[in-house]
Design a protein. Structure first.
Length: 748
């Protein structure tokens, strides 16, 4: 563009050229983003791209102007006509790629050493920034000598006609960087499936595509560019920038909300636009209450700091204080069906244990991240067979509650919840908004009650979550967490081979001393990141299916160790005096649903694949059978203490399942779950399943929308019936059920 106006405003012309190229690149990527979200969402997606595109375009224009001012009129001219300049700039690109890869490797190693293995990762992250700056300086100093070496080699390459080597180098650089990122991120483990890879790819492509377009427009396509006069090009770029600024500003205004359908399309299927929404919600908070209303964010009134989803509902004040469904009135009747109950069925006090005799031992085997539909007993097979023969055999000897829901979809929320028999938001912790909150001493936990009843309480695990700073091990006489690694290495650890021998030694000792005991065993393998084990078939799938295959083999691996524990009970002569509970804390997802632009990971939504878990009790003297009544993990503690002859704590909200273990029918009760926002995943969801298990309602508070599923006819939760007129009566019933739970039970 500079050669069209060499005498008057060459630097301005370069600025306009750089700005225009960047706007075109952003428009191309925004259209791709909008099409991914769906045609109806395209205008909104273009608006979300507006301000980032405007800012990046000004940045690109400033760089182009700086190059023009520094290197003269040929800085952005046709490199195809100047082989020496083409070789020089191509060498710079390639040297930059090499330096960038070196810096990425350095940053990865530093992050692993300083953050992943740090006792406090947040402190390590702060130190990491300074170290990466030093690494960037060191790597940057290598660019110039490397460029000089590459320039000599590139100058000897044959020409490519009107296409400069620089353009090819840019395309190659983009491919290399994206390929490296994909290999590192996906090769590092399943945890990275929760990263918005499509959004990151678009953001990486923005500067790369801008450079490629610039190289083409000022190279092979220069004649087409010159067909438009310089002033006209300036006007077009100015109008484009103005549209991006105005449309972007209007879209970012919290007063202009998209429809629920558009908001869901963008957040679930958008690429970079979904990330822009997350950033906007983290930055736009007009009333300063810590909650945003942007893009149907959870705050239903961003001008009143007393109104947000974290507030308590105050009846008759004319406001929907907690953004859950209107102002509650004091004359509203109490819920027709109790949503929770403290103690045993009916709330009349403990009933007799199912069998008489000496006090029973208790062994709770908790397999982390085990979804119930992966069991052979559920009909699942891989490689033509069940992968869980020992689990299947156990379930055939137990009372299996086949429709059990976890009350949270990740370990730091679910485990304190079922150990205290309280919903996640009611568990007392040091920091609610935390990935790993510390459990407060004020909670009364299951093993405290068992300990008070005279049982020797034992814990066997090997994971960072059970370290003292989490304070999860209240009520244990002994908790062996030997070999526990830091959070990063723990996720790639296989701990059962060192845990189970300790369990067997404990069982052998307990068989000799005859002291009644309660033991908690935590087996971690099915939690990501998945590792491959000797003796299992090689992984033959790719992508998400490969993760699922590795997950299945992890379950098969841990099944063998569960078998060893069961055999150990037999060998110690304890089977006839021991209640054995098999359970998990939550499930796992493999792309069954998309939420907030991401998929394939637990802790991200409240669909059944993340909540339905195994839950079975093998009780001496109780006949094995399956129970189809909907229950929840909150019921663990009241059930165990009753079976063991202990008493439930009044603070517990679950109900005892002992009547069902005896073979009696359980009264239908709804079940509930929560996803509490945590750093890195700022979403808040509540869920209710009707007592008959037919309907499920999810309130996505972070997006101010609800989803309704007919589980009886749509167990995969594929069709949202919330807006279906035929389901209006069921929707109203479920909305009332969920609202009563939030505003009565959770208001404690």
């Amino acid at each position: 563009m500079a050669e069209d106006d060499p005498q008057t405003h060459p630097i301005r012309a370069a600025f306009v050229g750089g700005t225009g190229v960047a706007l075109v690149a952003a428009l191309v990527l925004a259209v791709v983003d909008g099409l991914a979200a769906g045609g109806a969402a395209l205008p909104t997606v273009l608006g979300l791209w507006g301000l980032p595109a405007f800012g990046f375009a000004l940045y690109a224009g400033a760089i182009a102007a700086g190059f023009r001012a520094t290197f003269g009129p040929r800085a952005v001219g046709s490199l195809a006509d100047d082989r020496a300049r083409d070789a020089s700039w191509t060498a710079f690109v390639l040297a930059g790629v090499v330096a960038a890869l070196a810096l990425a490797i350095f940053a990865s190693l530093a992050a692993n050493l300083i953050v992943a293995k740090a006792h406090r990762p947040e402190s390590g992250a702060k130190v990491l920034g300074s170290i990466i700056v030093l690494g960037a300086i060191g790597v940057g100093l290598t660019i110039l000598p490397l460029q000089r070496l590459l320039r000599v080699a590139i100058a000897k390459l044959p020409g490519l006609g009107r296409v400069p080597h620089f353009t090819v180098a840019l395309a190659l650089a983009a491919l290399v960087i994206l390929a490296y990122a994909r290999k590192r991120l996906y090769g590092a483990g399943f945890d990275n499936a929760a990263l918005p890879m499509a959004a990151l790819s678009e953001l990486v492509l923005l500067p790369v595509l801008s450079l490629v377009l610039g190289a083409l427009l000022f190279g092979p396509l220069a004649s087409a560019r010159r067909a438009l006069p310089a002033r006209a090009r300036t006007a077009v770029v100015a109008v484009g920038a103005l549209i991006a600024l105005v449309h972007g500003g209007r879209t970012m205004s919290s007063s202009r909300q998209p429809t629920p359908e558009v908001a869901r399309a963008v957040t679930e299927h958008g690429l970079a636009s979904a990330t822009f929404v997350s950033l906007g919600q983290s930055m736009i908070d007009r009333d300063g209450d810590g909650v945003s209303a942007f893009f149907r964010g959870p705050d239903c009134d961003d001008h009143d700091p007393t109104v947000n989803p974290n507030a308590k509902e105050i009846p008759n004040n004319g406001k929907d204080d907690n953004c859950q469904g209107g102002d509650r009135t004091t004359d509203e009747p109490a819920p027709a069906t109790p949503v929770a109950d403290a103690g045993t069925d009916g709330g009349t006090g403990p009933v007799a244990p199912p069998t008489a005799g000496p006090k029973k031992n208790v062994v709770i085997i908790m397999v982390d991240t085990l979804r119930v539909d992966r069991l052979g007993a559920s009909g699942y097979q891989r490689d033509g067979k069940s992968l869980t023969p020992r689990l299947d055999g156990f379930l055939a000897q137990a009372v299996w509650f086949k429709r059990t829901y976890a009350n949270a979809n990740n370990t730091p929320r679910s485990m304190p919840s079922f150990m205290t028999s309280r919903y996640p938001s009611l568990v007392k912790v040091d920091q609610v908004h935390s990935k790993y909150p510390r459990v407060d001493d004020a909670n009364v936990m299951l093993f405290e009650q068992l300990q008070a009843a005279g049982l020797r309480t034992i814990g066997e695990a090997s994971h960072f979550y059970f370290r003292p700073e989490r304070n999860f091990t209240q009520g244990f006489d002994a908790f062996d967490n030997d070999g526990a690694l830091d959070v990063g290495p723990s996720n790639k650890d296989s701990a059962s081979p060192r845990i189970v021998p300790r369990v067997l030694a404990q069982l052998a000792e307990r068989g000799k001393d005859g002291v009644p005991f309660a033991m908690f065993v935590h087996l971690f393998e099915p939690h990501s990141s998945f590792v491959e084990h000797a003796g299992f078939p090689p992984v033959t799938e790719s992508g998400t299916k490969a993760h699922a295959q590795r997950y299945d083999y992890e379950i098969a691996f841990v099944d063998q160790y569960i078998g060893q524990i069961l055999d150990g009970l037999d060998a110690a002569g304890l089977t006839d005096q021991t209640i054995v509970v098999l359970m998990s804390d939550h499930g796992e997802a493999f792309g069954e649903h998309n939420f907030a632009g991401q998929s394939m990971f637990h802790g991200t939504n409240l669909y059944d694949e993340q909540l339905r878990v195994p839950f079975a009790f093998r009780v001496p003297g109780a006949a094995p059978h399956a129970v189809d009544t909907v229950v929840q993990l909150l019921d663990l503690a009241p059930t165990v203490v009753e079976l063991a002859g202990a008493s439930p704590d009044p603070s517990w909200l679950g109900r005892s399942l002992v009547p069902a273990i005896r073979g009696e029918a359980l009264p239908p009760r709804p079940v509930f779950a929560e996803l509490l926002a945590y750093p890195g995943w700022e979403h808040d969801l509540k869920m209710a399943v009707s007592g008959d298990g037919a309907w499920k309602l999810i309130n996505v508070l972070s997006q101010r929308r609800m989803e309704l599923y007919d589980l009886a006819n749509d167990p995969g939760e594929k069709q949202d019936r919330f807006g279906d007129r035929a389901a209006a009566a069921d929707r109203a019933t479920m909305e009332k059920l969920l609202l009563d739970w939030v505003e009565v039970t959770l208001a404690q």
